[in-house]
Design a protein around this ligand. Structure first.
Ligand code: NDP
Length: 259
């Protein structure tokens, strides 16, 4: 994990679950980032209490208001991060915020699909667009020609549930709107990797494991992992990604997954 050395990182959905885990682990790195931007919907609310506590102890942690389904909010977040960073760029954008449910083929609705796409697919797309100038700036300011997460990267928190080939954990639920939104996010990741390679930005989709969080639910299953294990694993994998890995879909242990 010591390999990941970023000057700045932004995590969406940072007030609980995997997002909060990322913030905690990033702050605890041997060489922590100079800036950790923790984006959440309601920075002053009860749900952000842990982030507020962390911010009072870590001056390099900045809580940024962000609703990922609202373009104005995304633009405001990018502007405020840009102001903080001054002349330097943003090295790492972790599009983690997401929502899920277990809609079935029988009961999935237009509203449900639209809501999942807005959060899980369109949100990461708009965020990447808004932060692209800062990511490019980071890439330009980093020495070396190869791609890496330490230089400039977009990590989209996807899900193995979005794999068209494996349709992971179908037996536990159809989750139609969630699966479709993550399959679309996977395609977006691939397209971003092709479009942003020339700008020096690595792009990858991650499956964090079946993680014990609010979204992960309460089903007993021996393959489930804690936030700690998942996040530690993903940071280690991020530190190892290079030029050849852009456009990949990997899990928290570094295993390449089928699209
Ligand atoms: P949680 O439900 O625990 O947390 C979700 C986070 O996303 C919260 O911080 C939530 O904020 C935020 N969020 C949701 N909607 C929005 C929005 N519109 N704008 C801003 N923030 C929003 O989920 P996890 O931590 O488990 O999941 C994180 C990511 O990992 C998701 O993308 C998920 O799909 C993915 N994943 C999770 C798995 C698991 O087993 N847990 C498995 C595979 C993938 P708020 O508190 O305001 O609601």
């Amino acid at each position: 994990m010591g390999g990941l050395r970023v000057h700045s990182v932004l995590v969406t959905g940072a007030n609980r679950g995997i997002g909060l885990g990322f913030v905690q682990h990033l702050l605890g790195l041997p060489n922590p980032p100079e800036w950790v931007f923790a984006a959440c919907r309601d920075p002053k609310g009860k749900q952000a209490q842990e982030l507020q506590n962390l911010a009072s102890k870590h001056p390099n942690l900045v809580i940024v208001p962000l609703e990922v389904t609202e373009l104005a909010s995304i633009k405001a977040a990018a502007a405020s991060v840009g102001e903080r960073l001054k002349d330097s760029g943003l090295n790492l954008l972790i599009n983690n915020a997401g929502i899920g449910n277990n809609s079935s083929l029988d009961n999935v609705t237009q509203e449900d699909l639209a809501q999942k796409y807005a959060t899980n697919t369109i949100g990461p797309l708009l965020l990447s667009q808004a932060f692209l100038p800062l990511l490019k700036k980071a890439a330009q300011g980093s020495p070396g020609s190869g791609l890496s997460c330490s230089k400039a990267a977009i990590i989209n928190m996807s899900s193995y549930a979005g794999s068209i080939q494996d349709v992971y954990v179908w037996e536990y639920g159809e989750a139609i709107s969630y699966r479709c939104s993550k399959a679309a996010l996977n395609m977006l990741t691939k397209c971003q990797s092709l479009g942003y390679r020339e700008h020096g930005i690595l792009c990858a989709a991650f499956h964090p494991g079946w993680v014990i969080t609010d979204m992960g639910g309460t089903i007993e299953n021996k393959t489930r992992v804690t936030v700690d294990v998942s996040v530690r694993g993903m940071l280690k994998v991020m530190s190892s990604l290079s030029e050849k890995d852009t456009g990949t879909f990997v899990d928290w242990e570094g295993k390449v997954l089928p699209w």
